[in-house]
Design a protein around this ligand. Structure first.
Ligand code: HDE
Length: 714
């Protein structure tokens, strides 16, 4: 055994739980001889207090849980890198954006907002999209969402918003859902949330995958260059796989069948080498254009339409490694919009300003003290030297007597960095104002952009929004709240309000003489829609706001999953033909059979069944394929198998069948509804045809065939 006589021989940096030590030990490093029996006075006797091994193990277990995040408790994350593709040194001095090809390590965490840690991934909710950049100049966190605006304009309303959306306090229901009275009570009294609510009721709130969501910094930030000149900027993440959603009925079923659907999707994609990827883009607004729009850049309930200011791509984010330990990394990571590096700065957005306080404050409770920056996942790769000392769980062993500045005993170190040495200095913004509790008049238009969003959607997307409102408000028990919401919606679009009202069996109230405004008292304020002033830019439609109009830059089915329904007697060549064709496109065909094990093909070979009809479900796949085979009658008699097809049809997915399996489609319960123009139903009488597989794949690149929907509900 090693003799640690010399202090230097004790390598304190060795992680005791790195797995290299094969012996089980206590936290003090003492090897354990028996981990199965507590120490007792006699084999049938009482346990002894002396048993330090038992006490340590149980004490640690008793304290395993830490408080979950107040919001965004449910999340999943991964490691990766950010690589610059288009440097912007003329706009920012941030070192990590200076050179083509420069890579910065990152950790990204995606989350829902309202639910608890164990809640479903598929709740209708905003998704958090937080990225920690470990830059050479310190940590930069871009803590955004998958929706570019927010519910409220001022940080002071955040606790109210969160109290309203969380489960109701008297009975702790419903979990991870906004469809309840307190949420809509609050929203119906907060007209400033109308724009956000339109996004929340759209399919953006039920993404197909974390890998298929856009991300937004939401607030306007500043970039600052070496000459200390600043531009305004909005951050955008654009997913390589396009922005896609599931449908609400599907989301609810997934919540039951696999509440870890997004978590598993992210994990498996990375394990399979399908590394999730996004472009980072910026909308750049010159300082002199600050007042050129019919909205205020500081108002977080507003977007800057991409048609007015295009997105300039600066780099790409690739996630290529799953965490080794969920708790240590994904749970303990601590984001903060106030973690910025020289070259990136804040604006006076009053929501952002409030956030700058909240994030450190919340970690003090969640992570137990002020040293959470020392937890490995939070550590800066840039050296950290300062005079912060002590506190719970201090890891750093600071040496010497000096823990103050200025000092002479420590040679003046650590000393302040000049700006030319990379020292952070806040943008020198001129402010001359009265101290007031007021909101700017330029924040009062709550409806124009809600209308812009609604009008920019396709008819299918509009109908999903109507249905989402019908569902959510239909769950609200207080009639007055529903009616108040209809009043708000009528100020966005009369037809929208009418259609929602039909679903609720209600009547749209007459437009208020003084529409609600400023989000506090419905009675007091003036007009909530504002005409652009002279010279201000405004647009009636924005194509960029529709997911369906922007499927993806390059159609792909990479990493998509297809359910292949099989029984004994299935055509081996059909199954293998489809599996191979999908594999070539980076997608996966999964054999689903009445039982696990394998199915026997028409060639008497065995094909492994990845799932049984019981262990998987149509909603967990992007498309369904029924191959030719002898056992088709048995398949048709199986209610579970038929449910794969009916759900796939209802959720507008591609359905394919070849050979005699085509009859299954014509005999399916939905067959009367299929229109000839439905390009999502691919059938052929041929067996194992290459062109059939290609047609099936081409249809899958369309994601969904929404044209089916009007027929579905007639
Ligand atoms: Fe957060 N938010 N937030 N938020 N937020 C938190 O910080 C808060 C807001 C966002 O994966 C908390 O560490 C206030 C907008 C994400 O760990 C907390 C206000 C946006 C995450 C907090 C906002 C966000 C959080 C809870 C209004 C989009 C998860 C745990 C003034 C731009 C990050 C924690 C992760 C987490 C406060 C509004 C995004 C309580 C006070 C707007 C993605 O500090």
């Amino acid at each position: 055994m090693k003799n640690f006589q010399d202090e230097k021989q004790r390598d304190l940096s060795v992680n005791k739980s790195d797995g290299t030590n094969k012996f089980l030990t206590t936290d003090q490093g003492v090897r354990i001889n028996d981990d199965n029996n507590s120490l007792k006075a006699g084999e049938r006797g009482p346990s002894l207090l002396e048993d330090f091994i038992l006490r340590e193990k149980i004490t640690h277990f008793d304290h395993e849980r830490i408080p979950e995040r107040v919001v965004h408790a449910r999340g999943s994350g991964a490691h990766g890198f950010f690589e610059v593709t288009n440097p912007i040194p003329e706009l920012t001095k941030a070192g990590f954006l200076q050179e083509v090809g420069l890579k910065t390590p990152v950790f990204a965490r995606f989350s829902t907002v309202a639910g608890s840690r164990g809640s479903t991934d598929l709740a209708r909710d905003v998704r958090g999209f937080a990225v920690k950049f470990y830059t050479q100049e310190g940590v930069f966190d871009l803590v955004g969402n998958n929706i570019p605006v927010f519910f409220i304009q001022d940080a002071s309303k955040f606790p109210d918003l969160v109290h309203a959306v969380k489960p109701e306090p008297h009975n702790e229901m419903p979990q991870a859902a906004s469809a309840h009275d307190t949420f809509w009570d609050f929203i119906s009294l907060m007209p400033e949330s109308t724009h956000m609510i339109m996004w929340l009721m759209s399919d953006r709130a039920i993404p197909r995958s974390y890998r298929m969501m856009e991300g937004f910094g939401v607030h306007t930030f500043r970039l600052v260059n070496a000459a200390e000149e600043s531009v305004f900027v909005k951050f955008h993440w654009k997913p390589k796989l396009g922005t896609h959603a599931v449908v609400w009925d599907e989301a609810q079923k997934i919540s039951g069948k696999n509440p870890d659907f997004h978590r598993q999707d992210l994990w498996e994609a990375i394990e399979m080498g399908n590394f999730p990827e996004w472009e980072l883009g910026v909308q750049i607004i010159p300082a002199e254009d600050e007042h050129n729009y019919d909205f205020d850049l500081l108002d977080p309930t507003k977007i800057v339409p991409e048609e007015l200011v295009p997105v300039t791509v600066v780099g790409r984010l690739v996630l290529n490694k799953n965490p080794d330990n969920f708790f240590s990394e994904t749970e303990q990571i601590a984001f903060h919009p106030g973690h910025v590096v020289p070259g990136i700065d804040f604006t006076n957005d009053p929501l952002l300003q409030g956030r700058l306080f909240s994030y450190t404050d919340t970690q003090l409770t969640r992570l137990g003290g002020p040293n959470f920056h020392e937890i490995p996942i939070n550590r800066s790769v840039a050296p950290v030297h300062n005079n912060q000392r002590d506190g719970f769980m201090r890891q750093e062993i600071n040496k010497g007597r000096v823990s103050y500045h200025p000092n002479s005993l420590g040679g003046g170190c650590p000393y302040q960095a000049k700006i030319s040495e990379g020292g952070f200095s806040s943008f020198n913004e001129r402010i001359e104002a009265h101290k007031v509790r007021e909101r700017s008049e330029s924040f009062t238009d709550h409806f124009s952009q809600a209308r812009l969003f609604f009008n920019s959607q396709t008819p299918e997307e509009k109908s999903h929004i109507v249905k989402a409102f019908r569902f959510e408000l239909g769950k609200v028990e207080t009639t007055a709240i529903r009616v108040r919401m209809l009043g708000l919606l009528s100020q966005v679009d009369a037809e929208l309000a009418e259609k929602v009202a039909i679903g609720l069996g209600a009547t749209v109230p007459p437009a208020p003489e003084t529409p609600m405004n400023k989000g506090v008292s419905p009675e007091t304020e003036e007009e909530g829609t504002q005409e652009p002033k002279d010279g201000q830019q405004s647009i009636p439609l924005s194509e960029a706001l529709s997911m369906i109009k922007n499927p993806t830059n390059s159609p792909t089915i990479e990493s998509r999953k297809v359910a292949i329904l099989c029984t004994d007697g299935v055509s081996e060549s059909s199954v293998m033909n489809m599996k191979d064709a999908l594999k070539k496109q980076g997608a996966k065909g999964c054999v689903i059979a009445p039982h696990l094990g394998s199915v026997l093909t028409d060639n008497d070979t065995a094909i492994a069944a990845e799932f049984s009809f019981l262990t998987a479900s149509s909603v967990l796949f992007d498309a369904v394929y029924v191959p030719h085979g002898l056992g088709l009658n048995a398949l048709m008699a199986n209610e579970d198998a038929i449910e794969y097809l009916t759900d796939a049809y209802k959720h507008c997915k591609v359905i394919g069948a070849d050979g005699e399996a085509a009859e299954i489609i014509s005999g399916a319960p939905f067959s009367q509804k299929i229109s000839n123009a439905d390009a999502g139903i691919i059938v052929t009488s041929e067996i194992a045809s290459q062109s059939f597989a290609q047609e099936f794949i081409a249809a899958m690149t369309m994601h969904r065939f929404w044209q089916r929907e009007p027929n579905l509900y007639n």
